[in-house]
Write a protein that binds this ligand. Structure first.
Ligand SMILES: Cc1cc2nc3c(=O)[nH]c(=O)nc-3n(C[C@H](O)[C@H](O)[C@H](O)COP(=O)(O)OP(=O)(O)OC[C@H]3O[C@@H](n4cnc5c(N)ncnc54)[C@H](O)[C@@H]3O)c2cc1C
Length: 485
């Protein structure tokens, strides 16, 4: 956790559950009884602060905030109590859509808001601007928090608003890593994709583009490159590793996907580093220059080289030195009582694997938000026990010759056994030295098969490697693994 010294400068009672918010600038305090018998005192309306709802404040209006809001509503604890402070002009939405349905060409009915506001991703109500209003949730749009004072429990926004909180949930997510401006990282035509504004800007470029370069072979790179195929663009992906999705895929698995991209006309330049991006006479990006001196022409460049946790201005709450992000315990509590962190920005104990982790995936955003708010509003003390889960869906546009959808659960450690030929299924099993199944990947499964994956990854059965290797099909391999449960 963050050092005790860091938390000493904050004022709180000895019992986090009874943490009292100091009154600011007069006004009678209102004492709210919570189901968990926790008692918070919050300043009454007025008092010189710019938020009406002061009991619970969420900073960041992204995926996790949307799911947190839903949990507050489910507990009847949102109305008049919850304020969300957002950098974006729209309510929380399902961010993964931005590199998927959002990038369909105009004639293919691209996803647009409010179609993918939270919580459509998990089958919940569509949380539009009206939903927040109807549920008494105050949302402050386009006004990021720029300063935080834990002693007075106040926040300052970029427009100069002063906000008060009783309990604070930090859900600021991540920001895209950028190429330095001095090597052309800010040139017109160079895109990063994190929010709807970024996606709109990219769509506008794709409409005019002829040659695009995608920098990075991870999620963002692969999803944007797949989308570009539907726009019939000359597309080159450049990355320093030997294959795509290096943090998850084995070389053999990656090869299958790379071949599909190549069949769609995408070119790969592997093992390559960008020296600089150059501008043409119009000032717009015109090429990528590689470290070996070679030049790849491009009128549009999409950079997908990772993301950094958006910890500012909350560094004093405690940042984990290994994984970055605001450090929390298994209930999403930071070292400062009354302050929580969820989603991409939270560095939390990954109980199953006994390590501190940050997980930049929507499933964790949803689950961490729910777990945190349950902790805050009820007497829940159950430790968060997350099973890592990643997925992607690409080439899903109308007329695509081959759709791709895969899921992975668990830990990609140990020896691998691959079954299937990507015709359309393929599965990879990660097995440790004790023959325990640690992780499992499946492409193009049916829902029953995908449903088996978390069971396998969670219970980590001892499997017969030889039998798995000899499996005649992906279905057989899954049956063999199932029988080990
Ligand atoms: C393009 C893209 C595609 C993705 N695809 C997938 C996928 O296929 N599968 C998957 O599992 N995951 C995917 N992810 C990851 C997933 O979207 C994130 O894990 C999830 O959005 C995290 O939720 P969050 O609320 O923690 O952060 P976010 O959803 O990023 O929300 C954080 C919000 O906080 C705001 N903010 C930041 N600082 C401040 C501040 N100081 N004041 C106020 N507001 C602030 C940001 O503007 C943002 O609105 C994708 C992410 C991106 C960007």
């Amino acid at each position: 956790m963050a050092s005790a010294a860091a938390s000493q400068c904050y004022s709180y009672s000895s019992s986090p559950a009874a943490w009292a918010l100091r009154q600011g600038g007069g006004g009678a305090a209102r004492v709210v009884r919570l189901p968990s018998r926790r008692r918070f005192s919050v300043a009454a309306a007025g008092g010189g602060y710019d938020n009406e709802n002061r009991e619970y404040v969420i900073v960041g209006g992204g995926n996790a905030a949307g799911y947190a809001a839903r949990t507050f509503v489910e507990h009847g604890m949102a109305d008049g109590r919850l304020c969300i402070v957002s950098k974006e002009p729209v309510p929380p939405y399902e961010r993964p859509a931005l590199t998927k349905g959002y990038l369909f060409p105009p004639e293919k009915k691209p996803a647009r808001l409010p179609g993918f506001h939270t919580c459509v991703g998990s089958g919940g109500q569509r949380q539009t601007t009206e939903w927040y209003k109807e549920n008494g949730i105050e949302v402050l749009y386009e006004d990021p928090v720029v300063a935080f004072d834990g002693k007075t429990q106040t926040l300052k926004t970029s427009s100069g608003k002063m906000l008060k909180y009783g309990s604070l949930i930090i859900s600021t997510g991540c920001e895209a890593s950028r190429l330095p401006a001095k090597i052309g990282g800010n040139l017109p035509g160079v895109h990063y994709i994190r929010d709807v504004a970024d996606a709109d800007s990219l769509v506008s470029s794709l409409g005019k583009a002829k040659k695009i370069v995608v920098i990075g072979g991870g999620y963002i790179g692969m999803e944007v490159a797949a989308a570009a195929c539907d726009w019939n663009l000359d597309t080159t992906i450049i990355f320093p590793e030997d294959h795509i999705m290096p943090r998850l895929f084995t070389p053999s698995l990656a090869k299958k996907y790379e071949e599909l991209y190549q069949q769609n006309g995408v070119k790969f330049i592997k093992g390559a580093l960008i020296d600089k991006l150059e501008a043409g006479s119009d000032g717009r990006v015109s090429s990528a220059v590689l470290k070996d001196g070679s030049i790849v022409e491009a009128d549009t460049v999409i950079v997908g080289i990772g993301a950094k946790p958006a910890v500012s201005p909350f560094e004093a709450v405690g940042v984990n030195s290994q994984v970055g992000g605001i450090e929390v315990d298994s209930l999403f509590r930071t070292s400062v009582p009354g302050i929580f962190a969820i989603g991409d920005v939270a560095a939390f104990p990954l109980k199953m694997y006994n390590r501190i982790a940050r997980v930049e995936h929507v499933d964790h955003a949803r689950k961490s938000a729910h777990h945190c708010v349950e902790t805050l509003l009820t007497s829940q003390t159950k430790a968060y026990d997350y099973l890592p889960y990643f997925y992607s869906r690409v080439f899903e546009y109308e007329g695509s010759s081959r759709k791709v959808w895969w899921q992975f659960y668990g830990d990609n450690v140990g020896e691998t056994v691959e079954v299937g030929n990507f015709d359309p299924k393929i599965a990879t099993f990660w097995i440790d030295s004790d023959s325990r199944l640690k992780g499992v990947f499946l492409e193009s499964g049916i829902s029953e098969e995908f449903g088996l994956l978390p069971q396998l990854a969670k219970s980590q059965p001892i499997v017969d490697k030889a039998k798995l290797k000899a499996a005649a099909s992906v279905e057989d391999a899954l049956d063999i693994a199932r029988s080990a449960l």
